[in-house]
Ligand binder design. Sequence first.
Ligand SMILES: Cc1cc2nc3c(=O)[nH]c(=O)nc-3n(C[C@H](O)[C@H](O)[C@H](O)COP(=O)(O)OP(=O)(O)OC[C@H]3O[C@@H](n4cnc5c(N)ncnc54)[C@H](O)[C@@H]3O)c2cc1C
Length: 104
Amino acid sequence: MAQKYDYLIVGAGLFGATFAHQASLCSKRCLVIDKRSHIGGNLYCDNIDGINVHRYGPHIFHTSNKRVWQYVNSLVEFNRFTYSPLANYNGKIYKLPFNMKTVD
Ligand SMILES: Cc1cc2nc3c(=O)[nH]c(=O)nc-3n(C[C@H](O)[C@H](O)[C@H](O)COP(=O)(O)OP(=O)(O)OC[C@H]3O[C@@H](n4cnc5c(N)ncnc54)[C@H](O)[C@@H]3O)c2cc1C
């Protein structure tokens, strides 16, 4: 017998996954499809020797909205993270973003 769905969601990234989760809480049946072989969209991480490596580039979650923060923390556990990018130019290490100290 054919399955009946209320929603067909194309893309299992942050948007599709959140929508599917919320719709399911409202007793809606969802079918989520993705052309990639994994869920998570651009946020996807490969676990290499216990280290989460962001396959599609680094992602940092930031919000100043308390409700959003409480919502995401009810779903997943976050790693504490300090954003401290460095640039290696001709073997010398510089802090990013560049500032007047770098120019000096
Ligand atoms: C390098 C990089 C760094 C980023 N850093 C940050 C950050 O630090 N903080 C931040 O908030 N945001 C960041 N973003 C943006 C972030 O990726 C998006 O905000 C978020 O992942 C978008 O989620 P999404 O579900 O809309 O899309 P996506 O994560 O792109 O998911 C869409 C999914 O839909 C699938 N799809 C698309 N078309 C089809 C189709 N026709 N058929 C089937 N499946 C399909 C794709 O395969 C994908 O899995 C970054 C983006 C990039 C590329």
